[in-house]
Structures are given as structure tokens and as C-alpha cells.
Ligand binder design. Structure first.
Ligand SMILES: C[S@@+](CC[C@H](N)C(=O)[O-])C[C@H]1O[C@@H](n2cnc3c(N)ncnc32)[C@H](O)[C@@H]1O
Length: 343
């Protein structure tokens, strides 16, 4: 009879071997399901594998032109990383990609160790040759600079692709405010759509610089637009005092963020009502407001109620709940979005 430890080992390697073939099958199925999306959305940036919705819990693979960014959520992804690397390496030629960068996600990012932080900023990829610090991707006629080794996030949230297009369609002749603008995805969309002036607000000066770079990458002038390095609540108070008014406000905040000065946290679920009240005070009559969130616990109803209550006695109606793009199919809770009109 085989010793107990040996039997356990054999069983483990069987599971690992099976896991790797099954992983490959699921990745291929997910990638095949997205065939044609790059043409229909006129983009070269696609989420190829979306977590449990593609039968690969804890695994997200995004394609940014010819570079892959692979997110592994370690609390849920159980296959060995070496097996995943082999599966991807074998597909490099067929997929026509030149590098893959690995992002290891731990549950609490604030407590990620220094080696994880270094990994996310290392120009040397997990697979392939290192690439330039910023690559330009296309999306529905817009261009965005993506930085594959700039940290956890690379500069664009693909789940917002169709919502950016929506903002672009709505922005003509509207003064637009983009709160929590990050690298300016919605800013670029609004400017391309013909907004005479987009105001972008973010805590980070570095992200505001990225936002300007994205405007320039689209052949747009930076001068008509305004950039504020500020806490959103501080900006909203100042904007009200100065009688600034907007026709379209985009609010796409983080679920949770720590602020260093003053030291406090932003939590969408706790701050939603205050955010709604502040934004509505500077929205013109008959103005539009798009609010999105990645907070899985949040419902459309709760967001809509917060804005309806804050708007009273003005009437606040739901124009639309812009859905997720097809590469996020099967996971409607992932990100919710509401487009409102406030009389
Ligand atoms: C999830 S990203 C927002 C995504 C962005 N709306 C987009 O379209 O790509 C979160 C951003 O909010 C910013 N942020 C977090 N807390 C903030 C605050 N209190 N005031 C202003 N910006 C904040 C961060 O610097 C970061 O750029």
C-alpha cells in the first residue's frame, strides 16, 4: 500500500494536471466568445476572461493591443501560477501578443506587501519582452494611454466602454463635470463629444496629468478644460460657493479609498447620499447625471433613491441603466450605472 503522504501527493498532482487542461479549455472558450468584439466595438482593448462568469474564479485577463494584463485574485484562484503561465505562453503567437504582466490582488490592497507593489511596477513582464511604459489603445474612435506596469490599474476600466460612448453622445454643448476622473476616460469621451468645457476632479495630480495626456493623444486642446487636484467633497463645496454649474455630471467613484490629507476614508456605500446632495446642488435644471459603481453590494434602486431624495422637490427621473459591455456578460452585479435627468 502507498504511504499516506505519497497518495496525497499523487492526488494533488492529478488535480493540478487536470486543472491546467481545464483552465486552458476555459480560457480558450472565453477568448472565442469574444471573437468579433474587437471589430464591433472598434477597439483593441478587451477583457478576454472575466472571472467566475467565464468559469475561472479569481482570474481576469485583459488584452491591451498586443499586451496582456493578468489579474489573479489570490483568495479565489486556486490553480498553480506556473500552469497558468504555461497556458498563456503557448498562446502568445496565435493571439499575437508580446508580453503579459501579472497583477496579484490581495483582499486588502492597503496591506499589500512591498514585493507585490514592486511586481506591479516592474517593467519586466511575467511572460515575454518588456514593453514601453505607455501604449496607446483604440476604443470607438478614441485613444487612451495605458500603462501596463503603473500599479494595480493600468489606466482604463473596460467595463465603462459603452458608458463612455454614452457620455460622448450626450456631451455636445453641455458643460461636463467628471468627478473621480482618474486618467480621464470620461473626460476624453465628453471632449470628443463636443463639450465646450470638461472639469475633471481627482485627488491625484499624477492622474490629472494622465488625463491631460489622454486629451492630447486624441488631438484635443487642453485649454478649454479645467483640472482640480482636490477631494471631491471639497470641490463640491467650493463649486457651490463660486456658483459653478454643469449640464452633465459623471460620478464614477471607487468603492473604497483612503485619503492621506486629511486622513479619512471614502466608502461609496456610506458617502453616496452626501455625494448626491453635493452634485445636485451644482447641476443645472434639466441636467443629466451618470452615476456608476463597482460596489457589488450596491443596487440600482439604492443609487436612484439617493439621488431622488437629494433632488426633492426637483423631479429626478431615470433615463437609463446603461448595461455592461459584452465582455462582462454573465456578471450583471459587477458594475451598475444609472443615467438620471433632474428637472
Ligand atoms: C476607480 S477610480 C475612478 C475611475 C474613473 N472614474 C474612470 O472613469 O476611469 C478612483 C479614482 O478616484 C480618486 N479618488 C479617490 N478618492 C477621492 C476623493 N475623495 N476625491 C477625489 N478623488 C478621489 C482616485 O485618485 C482615483 O483616481
Amino acid at each position: 500500500m502507498r504511504p499516506r503522504a505519497g497518495r496525497r501527493q499523487a492526488r494533488a498532482s492529478r488535480i493540478a494536471a487536470l486543472g491546467s487542461a481545464e483552465l486552458a479549455r476555459r480560457i480558450d472558450t472565453a477568448v472565442n466568445r469574444r471573437a468579433g468584439l474587437t471589430d464591433s466595438a472598434a477597439t483593441d482593448a478587451v477583457r478576454l476572461v472575466h472571472d467566475a462568469a467565464d468559469g475561472a474564479a479569481g482570474l481576469v485577463i485583459e488584452r491591451w493591443r498586443d499586451v496582456l494584463v493578468v489579474q489573479v485574485h489570490e483568495d479565489r484562484f486556486s490553480s498553480p501560477l506556473d500552469a497558468l503561465r504555461e497556458v498563456l505562453r503557448e498562446r502568445f503567437d496565435a493571439w499575437n501578443v508580446r508580453a503579459a504582466y501579472l497583477k496579484r490582488f490581495v483582499r486588502d490592497r492597503a496591506h499589500a506587501d512591498a514585493s507585490t507593489e514592486r511586481l506591479h511596477r516592474d517593467p519586466q513582464p511575467w511572460i515575454g519582452e518588456s514593453v514601453e511604459p505607455a501604449i496607446t489603445i483604440r476604443e470607438c474612435g478614441a485613444r487612451f494611454l495605458v500603462r501596463p506596469y503603473d500599479g494595480f490599474s493600468v489606466g482604463l476600466f473596460l467595463e465603462q466602454r459603452d458608458r463612455r460612448r454614452r457620455v460622448r453622445e450626450l456631451a455636445c454643448d453641455r458643460r461636463v463635470l467628471n468627478l473621480f476622473c482618474y486618467s480621464g476616460g470620461f473626460t476624453v469621451a465628453a471632449a470628443l463629444g463636443g463639450s465646450p468645457g470638461v472639469t475633471s476632479v481627482d485627488l491625484s495630480r499624477r492622474y490629472l496629468a494622465w488625463c491631460r495626456e489622454n486629451l492630447v493623444a486624441n488631438g484635443l486642446a487642453v485649454e478649454p478644460h479645467r483640472f482640480y487636484a482636490s477631494d471631491v467633497f471639497e470641490f463640491l463645496r467650493r463649486a457651490e460657493r463660486q456658483s459653478l454649474r454643469f449640464d452633465l455630471i459623471v460620478i464614477d467613484p471607487p468603492t473604497f479609498a483612503r485619503m492621506r490629507r486629511p486622513k479619512r476614508v471614502f466608502r461609496f456605500a456610506d458617502d453616496l447620499e452626501r455625494l448626491a446632495a453635493g452634485a445636485l446642488r451644482i447641476l443645472e435644471p434639466d441636467g443629466l447625471l451618470l452615476c456608476s459603481t463597482n460596489d457589488r453590494t450596491m443596487t440600482h434602486e439604492r443609487i436612484e433613491r439617493a439621488f431622488r431624495d437629494a433632488a426633492a422637490p426637483r423631479r429626478c427621473e431615470v433615463v437609463d441603466r446603461p448595461p455592461l459591455p459584452p465582455d462582462f456578460a454573465g456578471d450583471p452585479d459587477y458594475s451598475k450605472s444609472v443615467l438620471l435627468r433632474v428637472k
